[in-house]
Design a protein around this ligand. Sequence first.
Ligand code: URA
Length: 480
Amino acid sequence: MSLHRITLKDGADLDGFRRAVRRVIAEELAPQHVVWTIGSEPDLFGDDAGGEAAPVALPRPVGELIQLVVCHRDPERYALLHQLVWRVLNGERELLQIASDPLVHRLDLMARTIRRDLHKMHAFLRFRKVGGQHLERFVAWFEPDHFILEATAGFFIDRFRSLDWTILTPVGSMRWDRAKLTYGPPARKEDAPSEDSFENGWRDYYESVFNPARVNPTAMRAEMPKKYWHNMPEAASIPALIQTASQRVERMIEQEATMPAKRTPERAIEAMWDQEPKTLEQLNAIIGKAGPLVPGATQAVFGEGPAHADIVFVGEQPGDQEDLQGRPFVGPAGKLLMKAMGEVGLDQSKIYLTNAVKHFKFEQRGHRRIHAKPTAGEVKHYRPWLMKELELVRPKLVVALGATAVLALSGKQIPITRARGRAAFGERQGYITVHPSYLLRLPDEHSKREAYDLFVQDLARIRDLSLADLDTGELPLAAE
Ligand code: URA
């Protein structure tokens, strides 16, 4: 039998491979009769191209492995995958279970390499803002080791759905215009901006969360290889942080063992106020421009309600629904809050709702985005914005929903059980109660009911306080 040549497109030609492998299987061409090549003019069987063969039913793990391995740079990838498919369809359905098989071993190593490359691109790609306020676009430059650009599209669309972004790489580019994705030609590093206005924000954040006691330069370099540093604003701090790590550890030991991070990124944020915001709109424009501190959020979620409301409720951070809709308290916890407010006749349209942290932080588990609690450093980062927001709204009463809001408003970590009730946040009259999501998390109906009743009682007191002439005298930061 003569040899068949199959040429697929350069890069990760998953569609081309699928079509070709269907034909190969339909025509019963064993691996030894096929030469797989890569070129700019793809063909299937030369002149014999065209015609769709029937799909091939493969076990799911085989399909998943193919999707990863086609991204590998190894020019033999398609030939190896052909061998895999051939053997699986010819009596070795469980082939992937045999880790010692040389083909399985090689493909497994290739798949691991691709997973690592995907992880690096997800974690270390940094967008930079280009364009003016009205035509805001984000551009990132990244140099993956393999052909993973297409494979990362879903990840970046999920996270930055509401932004207009472009990712440039030496092997291709892609653009998401908030509605559709298009692929483009390879790019050069010079095509991407090298700095933007939030560079300092990133650097400060990294320095504030950096723990000198955990410095292990070898591990750091393995996890965050140096080749990615030049795209990451925070990486500028790494050499200096490593050099001074041992002195900083000594200082930490001399001081308290559990001392929270001393440095705060507040000055970076304040430095971004070219002009002190005079209105909520101006403040929100600044928050929106800064982007999320921890990458992932779709958009900033601003406070909402009358500009001079009597009561401001402060939550922790937007949840999944809030992040997608760009509005505070529209998800399950928000619905519960609205229900409880309704029960005591608190008029929602007169209340201003906001959060300590303006972006959703989460962990991705499969398709689900699971809420991740903001760290004290992150709460501190957003604090100047919250303080400015309160200064602009000038409410009579500020309600802290849960411990994160208390931390943001008072600067102190205080258990809600101790602090629940009327309080003072600096000069401001306040009230501390639980976060509605706490009620949702309680394990059984009975405790849920009890906790909900107490929450409704708190809201009734908040309603009364907002109507009363509040004494501006000092109040302890604790229950009355
Ligand atoms: N939880 C919060 O703290 N804020 C929201 O906006 C939603 C849920």
